[in-house]
Ligand binder design. Structure first.
Ligand code: GSH
Length: 213
């Protein structure tokens, strides 16, 4: 049985839940509360498993994998069907390019520890912190919106979602939490609506998790 260390509102863990559901893989979740007691991700017990101190972490037998995109790629290699990535090298590169933009250029600027640092160490007030969040998300999503044009309203795989959508939908969930203006991103909104109609995405959503508050 696969085990996923997760938190309902962790968008990186949400990516992995989507991927596991798309593959139809059974897994159990171990909740790690990112806020309780200063953050359970900092506990010695969790750091012994994942010295990066971040979620998610996937355990497969006696193997541990951290970093959501490394986990997605591991799942695609270890459990190839149905694939998360397209087969053709060029199409794979296009999907990875957009997914990496979300995961490496947008998300890290806005994750919990960065927002906490802005408030606690740099004394940034809530309005400025929200502006920071919306600025980086808006910039990043504008690039994703442009990058979706070649899909012409289709999913990233032949008639079904995969790696790209597993990265995009959690980022949009976060953006909506922070009331970002998404009205300029019709391709993104269309893709999100089509994904949210699917069970794999519904069951992965933060509110559907046992640890949701
Ligand atoms: N690049 C990492 C990002 C992981 C990450 O930032 N996880 C967040 C939750 S979405 C976290 O654990 N935050 C804890 C913290 O900031 O202290 C990945 O894709 O897995």
């Amino acid at each position: 049985m696969l085990r996923l260390y997760s938190y309902w509102r962790s968008s990186a863990a949400y990516r992995v839940r989507i991927a596991l559901n798309l593959k139809g893989l059974a897994y159990e979740q171990v909740p790690v509360h990112l806020l309780r007691d200063g953050g359970e991700q900092h506990s010695a017990a969790y750091r012994a498993l994942n010295p990066q101190g971040l979620l998610p972490l996937l355990v497969d037998g006696d193997r541990h994998v951290a970093q959501s995109l490394a986990i997605l790629e591991y799942l695609d290699e270890a459990y190839p069907e149905p694939a998360l990535l397209p087969a053709a090298p060029w199409a794979r590169a296009q999907v990875r390019s957009l997914a990496l933009h979300i995961a490496c250029d947008v998300h890290p600027l806005n994750n919990l520890r960065v927002l906490q640092y802005l408030s606690t160490q740099l004394s940034v007030d809530e309005t400025a912190r929200t502006d920071w969040y919306r600025h980086w998300v808006g910039l990043g999503l504008a690039a994703v919106e442009a990058g979706l044009a070649p899909l012409q309203g289709r999913f990233s795989l032949e008639g079904r979602p995969g790696y790209l959508e597993a990265c995009l939908i959690p980022q949009i969930y976060n953006a909506q939490r922070f009331a970002c203006d998404l009205s300029g991103f019709p391709r993104i909104l269309d893709l999100v609506a089509r994904c949210q109609a699917l069970q794999a995405f519904q069951q992965a959503s933060p509110e559907a998790q046992a640890d949701a508050q």
